[in-house]
Design a protein around this ligand. Sequence first.
Ligand code: AMP
Ligand code: ZN
Length: 508
Amino acid sequence: MTDAPLQLFNSLTRQLEEFQPIHPGEARVYSCGPTVYNYQHIGNMRAYVFADTLGRVLQWRGYKLTHVINITDVGHLTSDADEGEDKMEKMAARENKSAWDIAKFYQQDFERDLARLNVQPKQHPRATEYVEAMIAWGERIADKHCYELDSGLYFDVSTVDDYGRLARAVTDDGEGRIDTVEGKRNQADFAIWRKTPAGETRQMEWESPWGRGAPGWHLECSVMGEKLLGFPFDIHTGGIDHREIHHPNEIAQNQAYCCTNGLDDARNSGARIWMHNNFLVERSGKMSKSACEFLRLQLLIDKGYHPLAYRLMCLQAHYRSELEFSWEGLQAARTRLMRFVRQFDDLRASVGSHLKFLKEHADTVDDAIRLGTPLDNELTDPAIIGVLEEFSAAIADDLNTSAALVAMDKLIALKRADQVQKASALLTMMEVLGLDNLENGGFLTPSNLRIRPKDAQLTEAEIEAELLRRKEARAAKDFATSDAIRDSLAAKGVEVMDGDPLGWEWRL
Ligand code: AMP
Ligand code: ZN
Protein backbone atom coordinates (compact mmCIF):
# COMPACT_ATOMS: atom_id res chain seq x y z
CA MET A 1 0.00 0.00 0.00
CA THR A 2 1.27 3.45 -0.79
CA ASP A 3 0.24 6.38 1.33
CA ALA A 4 -0.76 9.62 -0.36
CA PRO A 5 1.08 12.66 1.05
CA LEU A 6 -0.66 14.09 4.10
CA GLN A 7 -2.25 17.39 3.13
CA LEU A 8 -3.36 19.77 5.88
CA PHE A 9 -5.12 23.10 5.60
CA ASN A 10 -2.94 25.90 6.94
CA SER A 11 -5.05 28.84 8.11
CA LEU A 12 -2.03 31.12 7.81
CA THR A 13 -1.41 30.52 4.11
CA ARG A 14 -5.05 29.64 3.46
CA GLN A 15 -4.18 26.57 1.47
CA LEU A 16 -3.59 22.86 1.71
CA GLU A 17 0.02 22.02 2.43
CA GLU A 18 1.84 18.75 2.54
CA PHE A 19 2.99 17.89 6.04
CA GLN A 20 6.80 18.03 6.09
CA PRO A 21 8.21 17.54 9.58
CA ILE A 22 10.64 20.14 10.83
CA HIS A 23 12.58 17.50 12.74
CA PRO A 24 12.90 14.34 10.65
CA GLY A 25 10.69 11.54 11.91
CA GLU A 26 9.01 13.74 14.51
CA ALA A 27 5.80 15.70 14.81
CA ARG A 28 5.44 18.43 17.42
CA VAL A 29 1.96 19.78 18.05
CA TYR A 30 0.59 22.45 20.38
CA SER A 31 -3.15 22.67 21.00
CA CYS A 32 -4.63 25.54 22.97
CA GLY A 33 -6.17 24.10 26.09
CA PRO A 34 -8.99 25.14 28.38
CA THR A 35 -9.27 27.87 30.95
CA VAL A 36 -10.04 25.80 34.00
CA TYR A 37 -12.56 28.02 35.76
CA ASN A 38 -15.55 25.85 34.88
CA TYR A 39 -16.52 22.55 33.25
CA GLN A 40 -15.81 22.12 29.56
CA HIS A 41 -18.84 21.88 27.28
CA ILE A 42 -19.02 19.33 24.49
CA GLY A 43 -18.10 22.04 21.96
CA ASN A 44 -14.77 22.55 23.73
CA MET A 45 -14.28 18.80 23.64
CA ARG A 46 -14.72 18.80 19.86
CA ALA A 47 -11.49 20.80 19.70
CA TYR A 48 -9.62 18.06 21.55
CA VAL A 49 -11.19 15.21 19.59
CA PHE A 50 -9.90 16.98 16.49
CA ALA A 51 -6.44 17.58 17.98
CA ASP A 52 -6.19 13.98 19.16
CA THR A 53 -7.27 12.60 15.80
CA LEU A 54 -4.57 14.72 14.15
CA GLY A 55 -2.03 13.30 16.63
CA ARG A 56 -3.16 9.73 15.95
CA VAL A 57 -2.88 10.25 12.20
CA LEU A 58 0.66 11.59 12.58
CA GLN A 59 1.59 8.56 14.67
CA TRP A 60 -0.04 6.19 12.19
CA ARG A 61 2.15 7.76 9.56
CA GLY A 62 5.17 6.87 11.64
CA TYR A 63 6.07 10.18 13.29
CA LYS A 64 7.14 10.28 16.89
CA LEU A 65 4.57 12.62 18.38
CA THR A 66 5.08 15.26 21.06
CA HIS A 67 1.73 16.86 21.80
CA VAL A 68 0.97 19.63 24.28
CA ILE A 69 -2.45 20.76 25.47
CA ASN A 70 -1.85 23.59 27.93
CA ILE A 71 -3.94 24.35 30.99
CA THR A 72 -4.81 28.01 31.46
CA ASP A 73 -5.00 28.22 35.23
CA VAL A 74 -4.27 31.93 35.44
CA GLY A 75 -7.58 33.68 35.24
CA HIS A 76 -7.73 35.68 32.08
CA LEU A 77 -10.52 38.10 31.60
CA THR A 78 -14.11 37.48 30.67
CA SER A 79 -13.55 38.85 27.16
CA ASP A 80 -10.84 37.80 24.70
CA ALA A 81 -9.51 41.31 25.00
CA ASP A 82 -8.33 42.95 28.14
CA GLU A 83 -11.48 43.96 29.88
CA GLY A 84 -13.93 42.36 32.25
CA GLU A 85 -13.52 40.34 35.40
CA ASP A 86 -10.96 37.65 36.02
CA LYS A 87 -12.78 34.37 35.28
CA MET A 88 -10.89 32.30 37.81
CA GLU A 89 -11.30 34.72 40.69
CA LYS A 90 -14.94 35.28 39.84
CA MET A 91 -15.65 31.53 40.05
CA ALA A 92 -13.59 31.23 43.23
CA ALA A 93 -15.75 33.88 44.88
CA ARG A 94 -18.92 32.19 43.63
CA GLU A 95 -17.92 28.74 44.88
CA ASN A 96 -16.23 30.06 48.00
CA LYS A 97 -12.96 28.29 47.18
CA SER A 98 -9.47 29.52 46.39
CA ALA A 99 -8.63 30.23 42.76
CA TRP A 100 -5.98 27.48 43.00
CA ASP A 101 -8.56 24.92 44.14
CA ILE A 102 -10.89 25.94 41.35
CA ALA A 103 -8.13 25.41 38.78
CA LYS A 104 -7.19 22.03 40.21
CA PHE A 105 -10.77 20.78 40.31
CA TYR A 106 -11.65 21.76 36.76
CA GLN A 107 -8.34 20.55 35.36
CA GLN A 108 -9.06 17.11 36.81
CA ASP A 109 -12.54 17.14 35.39
CA PHE A 110 -11.17 18.12 31.98
CA GLU A 111 -8.59 15.33 32.04
CA ARG A 112 -11.28 12.83 32.96
CA ASP A 113 -13.33 13.90 29.94
CA LEU A 114 -10.26 13.57 27.70
CA ALA A 115 -9.75 10.00 28.90
CA ARG A 116 -13.42 9.18 28.38
CA LEU A 117 -13.12 10.39 24.79
CA ASN A 118 -10.08 8.18 24.31
CA VAL A 119 -7.78 11.16 23.82
CA GLN A 120 -4.25 9.81 24.12
CA PRO A 121 -2.16 11.13 27.01
CA LYS A 122 -0.62 14.53 26.23
CA GLN A 123 1.58 16.96 28.10
CA HIS A 124 -0.53 19.39 30.15
CA PRO A 125 1.69 22.28 31.26
CA ARG A 126 0.01 24.77 33.59
CA ALA A 127 0.41 28.48 32.92
CA THR A 128 1.15 29.22 36.59
CA GLU A 129 4.30 27.10 36.29
CA TYR A 130 5.67 29.33 33.52
CA VAL A 131 5.16 32.80 34.93
CA GLU A 132 8.89 33.39 35.38
CA ALA A 133 9.48 32.46 31.73
CA MET A 134 6.65 34.78 30.70
CA ILE A 135 8.24 37.67 32.58
CA ALA A 136 11.57 36.92 30.89
CA TRP A 137 9.83 36.90 27.50
CA GLY A 138 8.17 40.24 28.32
CA GLU A 139 11.53 41.74 29.26
CA ARG A 140 13.05 40.59 25.98
CA ILE A 141 10.37 42.25 23.82
CA ALA A 142 9.39 45.23 26.02
CA ASP A 143 11.78 47.86 24.65
CA LYS A 144 11.03 47.43 21.00
CA HIS A 145 7.41 46.29 21.03
CA CYS A 146 5.62 47.34 24.21
CA TYR A 147 4.51 50.37 26.20
CA GLU A 148 3.29 50.73 29.75
CA LEU A 149 -0.04 52.09 30.93
CA ASP A 150 -1.48 52.26 34.44
CA SER A 151 -3.26 48.99 33.79
CA GLY A 152 -0.29 47.03 32.46
CA LEU A 153 2.27 46.41 29.76
CA TYR A 154 0.79 46.44 26.27
CA PHE A 155 2.00 45.04 22.97
CA ASP A 156 1.99 47.55 20.12
CA VAL A 157 0.76 45.57 17.12
CA SER A 158 2.09 48.17 14.68
CA THR A 159 5.64 47.10 15.55
CA VAL A 160 5.38 43.80 13.65
CA ASP A 161 4.77 43.13 9.97
CA ASP A 162 1.54 41.64 8.85
CA TYR A 163 -0.31 41.78 12.15
CA GLY A 164 -3.52 39.77 11.91
CA ARG A 165 -2.72 37.91 8.68
CA LEU A 166 -4.31 34.84 10.20
CA ALA A 167 -7.62 36.49 11.10
CA ARG A 168 -10.66 36.58 8.83
CA ALA A 169 -13.33 38.36 10.78
CA VAL A 170 -11.56 41.38 12.19
CA THR A 171 -13.75 44.38 11.60
CA ASP A 172 -14.49 47.46 13.65
CA ASP A 173 -17.56 45.93 15.18
CA GLY A 174 -17.32 42.31 14.12
CA GLU A 175 -16.14 39.16 15.78
CA GLY A 176 -12.66 40.47 16.29
CA ARG A 177 -13.82 43.48 18.27
CA ILE A 178 -11.44 44.53 21.02
CA ASP A 179 -12.74 46.50 23.93
CA THR A 180 -11.08 49.81 24.47
CA VAL A 181 -8.59 50.30 27.23
CA GLU A 182 -7.84 53.95 27.72
CA GLY A 183 -4.45 54.95 26.35
CA LYS A 184 -3.97 52.04 23.96
CA ARG A 185 -2.10 53.10 20.82
CA ASN A 186 -3.94 50.75 18.50
CA GLN A 187 -7.28 49.16 19.05
CA ALA A 188 -5.79 45.68 18.64
CA ASP A 189 -2.97 46.19 21.17
CA PHE A 190 -3.15 43.61 23.95
CA ALA A 191 -1.80 43.06 27.43
CA ILE A 192 1.48 41.27 28.02
CA TRP A 193 1.17 41.99 31.74
CA ARG A 194 -1.93 43.06 33.67
CA LYS A 195 -1.17 45.07 36.78
CA THR A 196 -3.29 44.48 39.85
CA PRO A 197 -5.21 47.76 40.35
CA ALA A 198 -3.87 49.88 43.21
CA GLY A 199 -5.44 48.94 46.53
CA GLU A 200 -6.55 45.48 45.32
CA THR A 201 -5.06 42.06 45.89
CA ARG A 202 -5.56 39.13 43.60
CA GLN A 203 -5.27 35.51 44.70
CA MET A 204 -3.07 34.84 41.71
CA GLU A 205 -0.48 37.55 41.29
CA TRP A 206 3.27 37.83 40.88
CA GLU A 207 5.93 40.53 41.12
CA SER A 208 7.29 41.76 37.79
CA PRO A 209 9.28 44.71 36.39
CA TRP A 210 5.89 46.24 35.55
CA GLY A 211 4.47 45.84 39.03
CA ARG A 212 2.46 43.20 40.84
CA GLY A 213 -0.02 41.44 38.58
CA ALA A 214 -0.61 38.56 36.20
CA PRO A 215 0.52 37.71 32.67
CA GLY A 216 -1.69 38.34 29.65
CA TRP A 217 -3.43 35.26 28.32
CA HIS A 218 -1.87 35.23 24.84
CA LEU A 219 1.63 35.23 26.28
CA GLU A 220 1.28 31.87 27.97
CA CYS A 221 0.81 29.87 24.77
CA SER A 222 3.76 31.55 23.09
CA VAL A 223 5.97 30.76 26.07
CA MET A 224 4.86 27.18 26.68
CA GLY A 225 4.97 26.37 22.96
CA GLU A 226 8.53 27.68 22.67
CA LYS A 227 9.74 26.06 25.89
CA LEU A 228 8.25 22.63 25.28
CA LEU A 229 8.43 22.26 21.52
CA GLY A 230 11.02 24.79 20.31
CA PHE A 231 10.42 27.31 17.47
CA PRO A 232 9.29 26.55 14.92
CA PHE A 233 7.27 23.49 15.80
CA ASP A 234 5.08 21.68 13.29
CA ILE A 235 1.44 22.37 14.04
CA HIS A 236 -0.53 24.73 16.26
CA THR A 237 -4.24 24.00 16.71
CA GLY A 238 -7.24 25.62 18.33
CA GLY A 239 -10.90 26.38 17.81
CA ILE A 240 -11.85 28.76 15.02
CA ASP A 241 -12.46 31.60 17.50
CA HIS A 242 -8.74 31.59 18.25
CA ARG A 243 -7.98 32.38 14.62
CA GLU A 244 -9.28 35.90 15.19
CA ILE A 245 -7.52 37.28 18.28
CA HIS A 246 -5.64 34.78 20.39
CA HIS A 247 -3.50 33.25 17.64
CA PRO A 248 -2.76 36.51 15.78
CA ASN A 249 -1.56 37.87 19.13
CA GLU A 250 0.55 34.78 19.79
CA ILE A 251 2.07 35.18 16.35
CA ALA A 252 2.85 38.86 16.94
CA GLN A 253 4.62 37.99 20.20
CA ASN A 254 6.56 35.23 18.47
CA GLN A 255 7.70 37.62 15.75
CA ALA A 256 8.89 40.06 18.39
CA TYR A 257 10.64 37.29 20.30
CA CYS A 258 12.39 35.90 17.24
CA CYS A 259 13.62 39.44 16.42
CA THR A 260 12.78 38.96 12.76
CA ASN A 261 9.64 39.94 11.14
CA GLY A 262 7.95 38.58 8.02
CA LEU A 263 5.66 35.62 8.30
CA ASP A 264 7.13 33.74 5.35
CA ASP A 265 9.68 32.24 7.71
CA ALA A 266 7.85 29.62 9.82
CA ARG A 267 10.04 30.42 12.82
CA ASN A 268 8.56 33.89 13.16
CA SER A 269 5.03 32.67 13.60
CA GLY A 270 6.22 29.95 15.98
CA ALA A 271 4.65 27.10 14.05
CA ARG A 272 4.66 25.99 10.43
CA ILE A 273 0.99 25.04 10.16
CA TRP A 274 -1.92 26.65 12.01
CA MET A 275 -5.07 24.54 12.07
CA HIS A 276 -8.53 25.46 13.36
CA ASN A 277 -11.55 23.33 14.08
CA ASN A 278 -14.95 24.79 13.43
CA PHE A 279 -17.57 25.02 16.16
CA LEU A 280 -20.09 22.60 17.47
CA VAL A 281 -23.31 24.59 17.60
CA GLU A 282 -26.48 24.08 19.54
CA ARG A 283 -29.39 26.29 18.64
CA SER A 284 -31.18 26.42 21.96
CA GLY A 285 -28.23 27.88 23.86
CA LYS A 286 -27.59 24.93 26.18
CA MET A 287 -23.92 25.04 25.42
CA SER A 288 -23.42 28.37 27.05
CA LYS A 289 -21.59 27.98 30.34
CA SER A 290 -24.08 30.37 31.86
CA ALA A 291 -26.98 28.01 31.06
CA CYS A 292 -27.96 26.17 34.23
CA GLU A 293 -27.57 22.69 32.76
CA PHE A 294 -25.09 23.25 29.96
CA LEU A 295 -24.14 20.49 27.59
CA ARG A 296 -21.17 18.68 28.95
CA LEU A 297 -19.97 15.15 28.42
CA GLN A 298 -21.30 14.08 31.82
CA LEU A 299 -24.82 15.02 30.75
CA LEU A 300 -24.53 12.75 27.69
CA ILE A 301 -23.27 9.96 29.92
CA ASP A 302 -26.08 10.51 32.42
CA LYS A 303 -28.56 10.16 29.61
CA GLY A 304 -26.98 6.82 28.81
CA TYR A 305 -24.71 7.62 25.86
CA HIS A 306 -21.21 6.26 25.68
CA PRO A 307 -18.67 9.09 25.25
CA LEU A 308 -17.25 7.46 22.13
CA ALA A 309 -20.62 7.87 20.44
CA TYR A 310 -19.97 11.60 20.81
CA ARG A 311 -16.45 11.16 19.45
CA LEU A 312 -17.87 9.41 16.39
CA MET A 313 -20.44 12.17 16.00
CA CYS A 314 -17.60 14.70 15.81
CA LEU A 315 -15.74 12.58 13.27
CA GLN A 316 -18.78 12.37 11.01
CA ALA A 317 -18.26 16.02 10.11
CA HIS A 318 -15.12 17.48 8.60
CA TYR A 319 -13.26 19.38 11.31
CA ARG A 320 -13.47 22.61 9.27
CA SER A 321 -17.26 22.41 9.01
CA GLU A 322 -19.68 23.58 11.61
CA LEU A 323 -21.42 20.68 13.33
CA GLU A 324 -24.85 21.01 14.82
CA PHE A 325 -25.52 19.04 17.96
CA SER A 326 -28.78 17.14 18.31
CA TRP A 327 -29.80 14.13 20.35
CA GLU A 328 -30.99 12.46 17.14
CA GLY A 329 -27.54 12.99 15.62
CA LEU A 330 -25.91 11.50 18.69
CA GLN A 331 -28.26 8.53 18.54
CA ALA A 332 -27.41 7.95 14.86
CA ALA A 333 -23.70 8.10 15.67
CA ARG A 334 -24.19 5.55 18.40
CA THR A 335 -25.98 3.17 16.02
CA ARG A 336 -23.13 3.48 13.53
CA LEU A 337 -20.54 2.90 16.22
CA MET A 338 -22.53 -0.12 17.34
CA ARG A 339 -22.21 -1.62 13.86
CA PHE A 340 -18.43 -1.27 13.93
CA VAL A 341 -18.19 -2.62 17.42
CA ARG A 342 -20.47 -5.61 16.81
CA GLN A 343 -18.53 -6.49 13.73
CA PHE A 344 -15.27 -6.23 15.59
CA ASP A 345 -16.63 -8.28 18.46
CA ASP A 346 -17.75 -11.03 16.06
CA LEU A 347 -14.41 -10.97 14.28
CA ARG A 348 -12.53 -11.27 17.55
CA ALA A 349 -14.62 -14.29 18.43
CA SER A 350 -14.08 -16.01 15.09
CA VAL A 351 -10.48 -15.22 14.20
CA GLY A 352 -8.69 -16.29 17.35
CA SER A 353 -7.94 -19.79 16.16
CA HIS A 354 -6.74 -18.65 12.74
CA LEU A 355 -4.05 -16.33 13.94
CA LYS A 356 -0.89 -18.16 13.13
CA PHE A 357 1.25 -16.00 15.38
CA LEU A 358 -1.02 -16.28 18.38
CA LYS A 359 1.23 -18.75 20.17
CA GLU A 360 4.47 -17.08 19.23
CA HIS A 361 3.68 -13.47 19.99
CA ALA A 362 0.56 -13.06 22.03
CA ASP A 363 -1.28 -14.60 24.90
CA THR A 364 -4.78 -13.57 23.96
CA VAL A 365 -6.81 -13.03 20.83
CA ASP A 366 -6.98 -9.30 21.58
CA ASP A 367 -3.21 -9.08 21.83
CA ALA A 368 -2.88 -11.03 18.62
CA ILE A 369 -5.23 -8.72 16.74
CA ARG A 370 -3.33 -5.75 18.08
CA LEU A 371 -0.05 -7.30 17.02
CA GLY A 372 -1.46 -8.38 13.71
CA THR A 373 -1.55 -4.83 12.40
CA PRO A 374 1.69 -4.57 10.42
CA LEU A 375 -0.73 -4.64 7.56
CA ASP A 376 1.61 -3.90 4.73
CA ASN A 377 3.26 -7.27 5.13
CA GLU A 378 0.23 -9.29 6.00
CA LEU A 379 -2.41 -8.00 3.63
CA THR A 380 -3.23 -10.04 0.60
CA ASP A 381 -7.00 -9.68 0.25
CA PRO A 382 -7.53 -7.14 -2.57
CA ALA A 383 -10.94 -6.05 -1.28
CA ILE A 384 -9.47 -5.16 2.08
CA ILE A 385 -6.47 -3.43 0.53
CA GLY A 386 -8.93 -1.40 -1.55
CA VAL A 387 -10.93 -0.08 1.41
CA LEU A 388 -7.80 0.60 3.42
CA GLU A 389 -6.45 2.66 0.57
CA GLU A 390 -9.71 4.55 0.43
CA PHE A 391 -9.53 5.16 4.18
CA SER A 392 -5.93 6.31 3.95
CA ALA A 393 -6.63 8.64 1.03
CA ALA A 394 -9.54 10.23 2.91
CA ILE A 395 -7.36 10.87 5.95
CA ALA A 396 -4.56 12.26 3.78
CA ASP A 397 -7.04 14.75 2.35
CA ASP A 398 -6.96 17.19 5.27
CA LEU A 399 -8.29 14.59 7.72
CA ASN A 400 -11.52 13.86 5.92
CA THR A 401 -12.80 11.63 8.69
CA SER A 402 -16.33 11.59 7.34
CA ALA A 403 -15.09 9.94 4.12
CA ALA A 404 -12.82 7.66 6.16
CA LEU A 405 -15.88 6.44 8.05
CA VAL A 406 -17.55 5.55 4.76
CA ALA A 407 -14.52 3.37 3.97
CA MET A 408 -15.05 1.73 7.36
CA ASP A 409 -18.70 1.09 6.50
CA LYS A 410 -17.52 -0.57 3.29
CA LEU A 411 -15.04 -2.72 5.15
CA ILE A 412 -17.61 -4.14 7.52
CA ALA A 413 -19.97 -4.78 4.60
CA LEU A 414 -17.38 -7.05 2.91
CA LYS A 415 -18.93 -10.47 3.23
CA ARG A 416 -16.34 -12.90 1.97
CA ALA A 417 -13.19 -11.18 3.11
CA ASP A 418 -10.38 -12.86 4.99
CA GLN A 419 -11.45 -12.64 8.64
CA VAL A 420 -8.03 -12.10 10.16
CA GLN A 421 -7.17 -9.34 7.73
CA LYS A 422 -10.58 -7.80 8.20
CA ALA A 423 -10.15 -7.74 11.98
CA SER A 424 -6.73 -6.16 11.66
CA ALA A 425 -7.89 -3.57 9.12
CA LEU A 426 -10.89 -2.67 11.24
CA LEU A 427 -8.76 -2.30 14.33
CA THR A 428 -6.29 -0.09 12.47
CA MET A 429 -9.10 2.21 11.38
CA MET A 430 -10.60 2.30 14.86
CA GLU A 431 -7.20 3.11 16.34
CA VAL A 432 -6.54 5.94 13.90
CA LEU A 433 -9.93 7.46 14.70
CA GLY A 434 -9.66 6.80 18.43
CA LEU A 435 -12.63 4.45 18.60
CA ASP A 436 -10.64 1.44 19.71
CA ASN A 437 -10.28 1.69 23.44
CA LEU A 438 -12.18 2.08 26.64
CA GLU A 439 -10.72 4.10 29.48
CA ASN A 440 -9.50 0.87 31.06
CA GLY A 441 -7.66 -0.17 27.91
CA GLY A 442 -10.10 -2.90 26.84
CA PHE A 443 -11.96 -2.89 23.54
CA LEU A 444 -15.43 -1.41 23.25
CA THR A 445 -18.10 -4.09 23.28
CA PRO A 446 -21.75 -3.92 22.25
CA SER A 447 -22.89 -3.84 25.86
CA ASN A 448 -20.86 -0.65 26.47
CA LEU A 449 -23.05 1.06 23.92
CA ARG A 450 -26.44 0.22 25.33
CA ILE A 451 -28.39 3.24 26.43
CA ARG A 452 -28.19 3.14 30.20
CA PRO A 453 -29.46 6.32 31.77
CA LYS A 454 -28.28 7.19 35.25
CA ASP A 455 -31.79 6.79 36.63
CA ALA A 456 -32.30 3.27 35.18
CA GLN A 457 -33.97 0.94 37.70
CA LEU A 458 -31.99 -2.21 36.89
CA THR A 459 -28.30 -2.79 36.45
CA GLU A 460 -27.03 -4.34 33.27
CA ALA A 461 -25.99 -7.48 35.18
CA GLU A 462 -29.51 -7.88 36.56
CA ILE A 463 -31.02 -7.54 33.10
CA GLU A 464 -28.57 -10.02 31.61
CA ALA A 465 -29.33 -12.51 34.41
CA GLU A 466 -33.05 -12.22 33.75
CA LEU A 467 -32.53 -12.64 30.02
CA LEU A 468 -30.47 -15.75 30.62
CA ARG A 469 -33.23 -17.18 32.79
CA ARG A 470 -35.71 -16.40 30.02
CA LYS A 471 -33.54 -18.09 27.41
CA GLU A 472 -33.37 -21.23 29.52
CA ALA A 473 -37.14 -21.18 30.03
CA ARG A 474 -37.68 -20.88 26.27
CA ALA A 475 -35.23 -23.68 25.59
CA ALA A 476 -37.27 -25.82 27.98
CA LYS A 477 -40.45 -24.69 26.19
CA ASP A 478 -41.65 -23.11 29.43
CA PHE A 479 -43.34 -20.18 27.73
CA ALA A 480 -45.31 -19.15 30.80
CA THR A 481 -42.09 -18.36 32.70
CA SER A 482 -40.53 -16.79 29.63
CA ASP A 483 -43.51 -14.43 29.22
CA ALA A 484 -43.58 -13.64 32.92
CA ILE A 485 -39.93 -12.59 32.82
CA ARG A 486 -40.60 -10.49 29.77
CA ASP A 487 -43.52 -8.75 31.50
CA SER A 488 -41.63 -8.13 34.70
CA LEU A 489 -38.77 -6.56 32.74
CA ALA A 490 -41.25 -4.43 30.82
CA ALA A 491 -42.71 -3.22 34.12
CA LYS A 492 -39.23 -1.99 35.06
CA GLY A 493 -38.79 -0.16 31.77
CA VAL A 494 -36.77 -2.77 29.88
CA GLU A 495 -38.05 -3.79 26.49
CA VAL A 496 -36.91 -7.18 25.23
CA MET A 497 -36.32 -7.17 21.48
CA ASP A 498 -36.44 -10.73 20.15
CA GLY A 499 -35.02 -11.19 16.67
CA ASP A 500 -33.49 -7.73 16.54
CA PRO A 501 -31.08 -7.75 13.56
CA LEU A 502 -28.69 -5.35 15.27
CA GLY A 503 -28.57 -7.78 18.17
CA TRP A 504 -29.17 -5.19 20.88
CA GLU A 505 -31.60 -7.67 22.49
CA TRP A 506 -33.00 -5.19 24.96
CA ARG A 507 -33.41 -1.50 25.48
CA LEU A 508 -34.50 0.73 28.29
P1 AMP B 1 -11.68 27.99 25.95
O1 AMP B 1 -11.59 27.28 27.28
O2 AMP B 1 -12.86 28.89 25.83
O3 AMP B 1 -10.38 28.66 25.56
O4 AMP B 1 -11.95 26.86 24.84
C1 AMP B 1 -11.17 25.70 24.72
C2 AMP B 1 -11.11 25.27 23.27
O5 AMP B 1 -12.41 24.95 22.77
C3 AMP B 1 -10.56 26.32 22.33
O6 AMP B 1 -9.74 25.71 21.36
C4 AMP B 1 -11.81 26.89 21.69
O7 AMP B 1 -11.53 27.46 20.44
C5 AMP B 1 -12.65 25.64 21.55
N1 AMP B 1 -14.09 25.88 21.46
C6 AMP B 1 -14.84 26.72 22.22
N2 AMP B 1 -16.14 26.62 21.90
C7 AMP B 1 -16.24 25.67 20.93
C8 AMP B 1 -17.34 25.10 20.18
N3 AMP B 1 -18.60 25.46 20.38
N4 AMP B 1 -17.04 24.16 19.26
C9 AMP B 1 -15.77 23.76 19.05
N5 AMP B 1 -14.70 24.26 19.71
C10 AMP B 1 -14.92 25.20 20.65
ZN1 ZN C 1 -3.50 29.32 23.31
